[in-house]
Design a protein around this ligand. Structure first.
Ligand code: NAD
Length: 311
């Protein structure tokens, strides 16, 4: 099989490339290297089954030409990371909306089965108990907010779903919940690599907010094989499927585990959200996936606990 991976020089995309090549497939990556890097693909550099194309998914002709040759398409390219989204909201909207439209339209035009990477953030905050007009919506208040990312990803899901339903071309939507692993960088706000970098450098570990907010981290080594299995499973076509981990932890608890496992003597310090991300920034208290649908479809069962993920 020939697969195209958009965003294949990124964290999850590069692991997907490794996995597809190990399964015997041929892989073409299109990536503009905005947050990804060639270092993530160094291990595939000389492999004749691997091709790298530096380009932008907003380039319709480029995307169309690559997808026309493919048997499967995995769409992971996106403007990601809180810093990117909050600092360049227009650019991130453009890439995450129009880029996905280009990619999905090309897949449908050439009848190539496709996967679109979505996010737990489409669930919004989901922890309000009474809704007022001020409540955050999926598309958020028109302030400095990361909800533009959630809104664009929500629309991406619709674009993927509607095209899939109308055309009959197989489509899978994966909702990732805090996927972590080697090659992920803390540069754009991802908390586990940021804490690990700070601990290894002996710098203070900066917890944003109170640290009582709870998250659940999934290993890229569990998530990536699930992606290809979902694409091989017709029951998952035209569905959105949660993928993530199973062990919930508070962010302060995560910082404690990182300190212990790295043997660091870093202090744990607390920084206001607003100081970290700017005025008007809020975050949800809890994000935890129910992955039972993936369990039913492909027998998905996360195997790595938090310590293994941090290590
Ligand atoms: P990443 O930043 O490492 O990967 C994204 C890749 O897309 C990068 O290599 C980047 O250079 C590339 N890219 C960005 N804009 C592009 C453009 N216009 N044209 C071509 N390439 C472009 O991030 P990741 O964590 O690997 O995320 C991959 C996908 O998974 C994204 O769609 C993201 O929204 C989604 N996701 C990830 C997580 C997570 O926990 N890592 C959670 C939810 C959703």
């Amino acid at each position: 099989m020939k697969a195209v991976v958009t965003g294949g020089a990124g964290f999850i995309g590069s692991h997907l490339c490794d996995h597809l090549i190990a399964q015997g497939h041929t892989v073409t990556v299109v990536d503009d290297l905005s947050t990804g890097s060639m270092a993530n693909l160094a291990q595939l550099g000389e492999d004749p089954r691997f091709t790298f194309v530096q380009g932008d998914i907003l380039d319709r002709e480029l995307v169309d030409g690559l997808v026309a040759e493919a048997d499967a398409m995995y769409h992971l390219a996106a403007a990601v990371g809180v810093y990117n989204i909050v600092d360049k909201p227009l650019r991130s909207l453009r890439i995450n909306l129009h880029g996905t439209e280009n990619v999905v339209e090309a897949a449908v035009r050439h009848r190539v089965p496709y996967m679109v990477a979505s996010t737990s953030e489409v669930y919004g905050k989901n922890d309000a108990d009474g809704l007022t007009e001020d409540a955050d919506r999926i598309y958020g208040p028109p302030t400095k907010s990361r909800w533009s990312y959630a809104a664009a990803k929500g629309l991406d899901e619709l674009v993927a779903y509607v095209h899939g339903a109308e055309s009959g071309v197989p489509c899978v939507i994966t909702r990732f919940f805090n996927v972590v692993g080697p090659r992920q960088t803390g540069r754009y706000g991802m908390v586990v690599p940021r804490f690990v970098d700070q601990a290894l450098a002996g710098e203070p570990i900066t917890v944003y907010g109170t640290g009582t907010q709870r998250r659940c981290f999934g290993s890229v080594f569990d998530v990536v094989p699930a992606m290809t299995r979902l694409m091989d499973t017709p029951q998952s076509f035209n569905r959105a499927v949660n993928l993530g981990g199973r062990e919930e932890v508070s962010i302060k608890g995560l910082a404690d585990r990182v300190v212990e496992l790295t043997g660091s003597d870093s202090a744990i310090t607390f920084v206001d959200y607003e100081q970290a991300y700017g005025e008007g920034y809020e975050d949800m208290q809890r994000r935890f996936p129910d992955t039972s649908l993936a369990g039913e479809l492909i027998g998905y069962e996360p195997t790595r606990d938090l310590d293994a993920i941090i290590r």
